[in-house]
Design a protein around this ligand. Structure first.
Ligand code: GLY
Length: 340
């Protein structure tokens, strides 16, 4: 590609969603990725789209989370039609659960419903639970979503370059002149920083600290009977989400331990224990595999803004990169028009 209009740094759900949107808006876009395209944190996520749950302790997140969820059906439809790939999107609802005595503290602001109503959604729940049913809760299947986004990018002519970590950002005053990625000097008209948790490592190259830190999440995939879950189950320090192919994702720890991706048996056993307190049957399900991902943590809302005359940043989506992707891509295309 001759000089791209945009160089997107990072190929997570934010980078690829933005690259696709910018290319659809007529821009020539190149993506550079330190590892493999779309294989960083995003496909390791649970793919739950739960504005109400995720904003219980962060009310400032609620408006953008709800707006992005509302964009999901048409965003997914366009993506699936373009690529012919199913991303496992479905509004399946969520039960926010805890022991009766701690419900109000665990889920402030959520309205408790009678246990019989919970049981209608999910059989086999522990009888000492209290809960709230959130029918608007939805999900996608993150590996499928990432595969489709990469395919969409290719279809609309985005150039995808992997194994190209950024080691230098050349600047004059408030303007980026170019970057070095994978040892190659690249020049674009504009730049988008979508580097997730790894933004923390780029801080010396940026002239601004965006306040990003990695937050490790350990997870497991369980084999369960098909239709074992009637909704996403979300309890204190644990959630369970069953995908269309039947696999159940069990998550997740939340640990500030730097760039550590090790998985411990104790952490996974603790997740299984917490999940079994919600639904005893979980103890009988087989653990297929385990992994850890690094959320791009930030105190406060994500940064979606200009960080120089010709560079935007979209980082710090913390627990909600997948949920916030459609809204972020849309805001970025608006910002891109403003700095064009
Ligand atoms: N969005 C769920 C998590 O980050 O664990």
């Amino acid at each position: 590609m001759s000089r791209p209009d945009w160089i997107v740094i990072g190929s997570g759900v934010i980078g690829l969603s933005a690259a696709w949107a910018l290319a659809q808006a007529g821009q020539r876009v190149a993506v550079v990725e330190a590892g493999r395209i779309g294989e960083g944190t995003s496909p390791k996520a649970a793919g739950m789209l739960l504005p109400e749950v995720e904003s219980v302790h962060h009310p400032e997140l609620a408006p953008m989370a709800r707006e992005s969820l509302a964009m999901y059906p048409s965003w997914v439809k366009t993506l699936e039609e373009l690529t012919g790939q199913d991303v496992g999107y479905g509004p399946i609802g969520c039960l926010a659960l805890s022991e009766e005595a701690s419900f109000a503290k665990t889920w402030p602001g959520l309205a408790q419903v009678p246990f019989a109503d919970l049981s209608r959604v999910q059989s086999g729940l522990s009888s000492d639970l209290a809960g709230c049913y959130l029918p608007e809760g939805a999900q996608v299947d993150p590996p499928r979503l990432m595969a489709a986004l990469a395919a969409a990018c290719r279809t609309v002519g985005v150039s995808l370059r992997e194994n190209a970590p950024v080691t230098e950002i050349r600047r004059v005053a408030d303007r980026w002149l170019g970057i070095t990625a994978g040892g190659e000097r690249l020049v674009g008209g504009h730049y988008l920083l979508a580097t997730g948790a790894w933004t923390a490592n780029l801080t010396p190259e940026l002239d601004v600290d965006l306040g990003i830190f990695p937050v490790k999440g350990q997870m497991a995939e369980l084999t369960a009977p098909h239709d074992a879950l009637g909704a996403i189950l979300f309890g204190p320090g644990v959630y369970l989400s069953q995908k269309n192919d039947g696999r159940v994702l069990l998550g997740a720890t939340s640990e500030r331990v730097g760039f550590d991706l090790t998985v411990s048996e104790e952490a996974v056993a603790d997740l299984v224990r917490r999940a079994s307190r919600l639904l005893a049957a979980v103890a009988d399900w087989t653990i297929q595999r385990t992994w850890a991902g690094l959320r791009p943590g930030r105190d406060g809302l994500p940064v979606i803004e200009a960080i120089s005359q010709n560079a935007l940043a979209a980082v710090g989506h913390y627990r909600n990169g997948i949920l916030l992707a459609p809204l972020t891509a849309s805001r970025l295309t608006e910002l891109a028009e403003q700095i064009a």
